[in-house]
Design a protein around this ligand. Sequence first.
Ligand code: M6R
Length: 603
Amino acid sequence: MCGITAHVAESDSLRSLLTCLQNLEYRGYDSAGLALLNGSEVRVTKSAGEVESLKQRVTNGDLEGEIGIGHTRWSTHGPPTDENAHPHTDCTGKIAIVHNGIIENHDQLRESLQARGHTFTSDTDTEVVPHMIEELLGQCESTAAAFRSAVDKLEGSYAVAMVVEGDHRVYASRSGSPLVLGLGEDSQYLASDVPAFLEFTNQVIYLQDGDVVVLSPDGYRITDLDGRPLERTVETMSWSPEDAQKRGHDHFMSKEIHEQPTAIRQAIEGRIDGDDVTLEEFPPGSFADVEAVQFVACGTSYHAGLYCEQLLGEWGVPVSTHFASEYAVSSPPVDGNTLVVGVTQSGETADTLEALRVASEQGARTLAVTNVVGSSAARKCDDALFIRAGPEIGVAATKTFSSQVTTLTLLGERLARDVTGSPTEGHESRLSALQSLPEQVESVLAASDAEQLAHRYRDSRSHFFIGRGPSFGVAREGALKFKEITYEHAEGFPAGELKHGPLALVTADTTVFAVCSGREESKLVSNVREVQTRDGPVVAVAPRSASSLLEVADDTLTVPATHPDLVPVLANVQLQLLSYHSAVALGRSVDKPRNLAKSVTVE
Ligand code: M6R
């Protein structure tokens, strides 16, 4: 949802800024731009389109500078045009700003600035900031004071970075939108996310809301909004630069689908001891007071919640799953014995953060299940549990779904033991199956027929995904992945709901993917027949043991036998491959689907 970056060095910053921008493109790719301090002059270049088109504009050798800021945009205020691309400047063109987030009071600020004679050149909320600073520079004792004073007046969420003509510094601050400082040997970086600069440094400082940082060639200084110095911890990222590269795959999505065995292994590592779950963060008894669990999440993370809600419910834990965006509007009752679990890969999704804030305000205990150490969710919740998937760059979430389900299954075992006083039924076989899951994902990846089926069904007008129990979560996830990257119509239903309405849409042009864990087979067979009676082709996604379903289906995507609670994870891998190959066959922009961004930091 927009990526911002900055680089301060002794040598030219242009290449580093372009690299950071390209690494941040998964956050938005409507337009891109940068501002470089060239000697004492600020030079801004920006254009609609992806970073590649910006690159073509600036690599002719006449733009250079040691200090710069950059931006890649996901449009909120104003269409993706050259004018609306960042950086934005003041009336004099001497102050350039990049911004991620939404400035809610921009209308009032713009009106009063215009009344005082400022001329605006874009439709963006961001443009108020350079004009405010233009005024404040004349009123404050220093540029840092003017910058602090301006950001203090902003309402909403922001991560902003600024360069000013004649001043060899970058000024930046955050509130509600992520901003990370990267400390290299002889240069410093700022970015919305660590993968932006991971190939240059793994030493990072996660800035906190209200932090103001000033970067200069000599170092950095962090203060609060009143200018009082702050100490922040430098962390060493365990992610390697290669983790954020394609490693021979055509797309990040393909690479990340194939990384799932590793991701699952990492999620499990050190967390299972025989038939016991050993979560370092949560020793036995950690959840003794918990009476109810609520998952709050969006998109794929919501589907991981739906999946695990089924498991926890069966294990005797009162549990519900909520769209984070709805939770904030009408939250269910909570008290001090309610554990509200924010499931969020990025840890920065605004809707999820808001739901967690509402839950916390009402007295619930909050827990972030996230991939990003240092993310807002991890920092703001009472506790955090990390899914350890490594960086995920493709906008379509893939490996993080598997890591979320694995981690939530382990968390669920711990919760069930604390809440009910005894281990879950069949936990020994489930935990053992969890440890074999990486090899089973490997075998799905090695022998999938998904590419063939993607071609066979590529002309379908609609794609329905159905399932029961935990397979319903995967049916929803299969549909989300499919529509997200193919731009084709796809919907996920509980299998039993088909006959209550959606069946009216089924024709020979509607391909139905029936996801089966093996448990709910006979009812699913009836649903499949209902579809086939209306000429709809059915692809069964099921373990080989589900013979009656496999026999009745028109086509099959099979998965190895495992514990029924985990079969849907394997089925999901097949559906990821199906979506991926369908999108490739249709010539879609797999890693950067239209209108979407990886991390949605606005509500
Ligand atoms: O970072 P989060 O897990 O909070 O993100 C939630 C959704 O925005 C995300 O899962 C989105 O639905 C994915 N692009 C789906 O592939």
